[in-house]
Write a protein that binds this ligand. Sequence first.
Ligand code: MG
Ligand code: MG
Length: 623
Amino acid sequence: MSKRSIATVSLSGALDEKLRAIASAGFDAVEIFENDLLSFGASPRQVALLCKDLNLDICAFQPFRDFEGMPEPQRSRNFARAERKFDLMQELGTDLLLICSNVSPASLGGVDRAADDFRELGERAAKRSLRVGYEALAWGRHVNDYRDAWEIVRRADHPAIGIILDSFHALAPGFPVRAMASIPGDKIFLVQLADAPKLELDILSWSRHFRSFPGQGDLPVGEFMAAVAATGYAGPLSLEIFNDQFRAGSAAQTAVDGLRSLILLEDQLAPDWPKLISEPLASKAKSRGTGFIEFAVNETKAGELGHLLAQLGFRRSGKHRSKAVERWSQGKVELVINSETDGFAHSHYVTHGPGVCAIALDVDNAGLAMQRAETLKARTFYQPVGPGELEIPAIHGVGGSLLYFLDQAGKNWDTDFEQVPSDAGADALLAVDHIAQSMPYDEMLSWLLFYTGILDLKRLPQMEIADPRGLVQSQAVINGDQSLRFVLNGSSANRTLPARFISEFFGSGVQHIAFTCRDIFAAVAEMRKRGADFLDIPDNYYDDIEAKYDLAPDLVAQLRANHILYDREGDGEFFQVYTHIFDERFFFEIVERRDYQGFGAANAGIRLAAQAREVRPASMPRV
Ligand code: MG
Ligand code: MG
């Protein structure tokens, strides 16, 4: 099994904090970045001791720049400089130096010239039992392709000289990975892994700021790894991620995300390359939609929320025998209102205010789901936490909430509920359509890996939502039969704007829950009869869509009168309406889909502006 490694440059903090985060996440090795060492107030020997204490190998020291192909006197100076790095490496206790391809305008081209330089350096390194790996930077002056770097290494023909392969530098420029098969595995000294989202950006900025862990971006890292595995390479797999968000975020979280991405990548390759992994991951549990959604509130808010749910056609269907917990039902939707004054729900309420404290997912095998989640370093929660404190297997999810897993055994979560008779009419709402969760933008990639790694969810293309107050990125993850859809909204607006509305509203957690219905006009009419009132949408919006989609005036009049938003995708149509925001925390959405797969992203800006008008304190200027 290959060692799992990460470059210190990938994390935030001082070198010792990085190393501790890396070790506690469970990595075997690190690449020490020179800058992290230089800016750290301890000697290389002390760093070596710390790594030893933490049980971390130092698999490389990097980077050494602008070495090969230099004219004199720079050439001689470079060898002297390399000798000093060798001294330092011996103090650190690592045997591998990473040299990246020369970007200096002074450098001279020529494969043989570079090969001669490396052969001479190899002689010097070998005297100290050290090794040198050569990496092609995608923006190198003469060498920017791993195939050219390999030709230089091959001609240098020295046991202390090998190649370093980096997935970003091979995949971002679109180089074919097939040629890797001709490199002997023992001449590959290190493999570095990074993914990145597709961006229209020069390759240097793309690499320096937007790399991400495998599985978080759009590059075919799996193909790259399969090509590497074919060479017989058995050295470390090292994550090397330059990303501004990671450098600003929590080192511990980034390290856990990194390890999670490596485990997932190994697992993806395991069928063809069983040598890569020590034991296979538990396969993904099959999700079957939402079992129930639990709200944590206090007694007053429990009454208000129940009132709102009743307006939406929910029946109070159950009452816990001994606790302040109610069950509300409609169609396949089960909601739980928990206003207990202790237990998990209560502490969630105290910390976060009224909101969703737990989402129970129906899965075919809760044990399998928990096993997989644990291997992927999710934080598990085995205490009794279900509604009325039942023990249901759970893991920590977005914003301090929990995800419960319900299989056949968990189906009795409602055993402690007394049925409440009700005389409500036919159910207008059918099921949960999607659950939207908000989070700071820098946490979004983390939750994306969480959902797609642990559950059988696939991501849809990321959408950018036009919000005048800041950028909102929206990323949906859905299961195969679309019975489970999460929409992750990452916003940096809480940093860019001081408005209380934004900062509270975009705190991590469930922002809204959407329910499906068969006929939105009938459903809304029923709800309005019960006193429901919906988010006010400006007239301008209806004038605009009438022209844009060439809608019949009757239909537009109906949409307008009912505050229903409309979207179209090919022949598919989408209708959506929003409740007012509950206690400035969350809201409900009712949707009708007609062969439509999206989430009405085109309307999100309209909705956000309407909500801002509603919630914004009167003293603030109106948009
Ligand atoms: Mg690299
Ligand atoms: Mg929605």
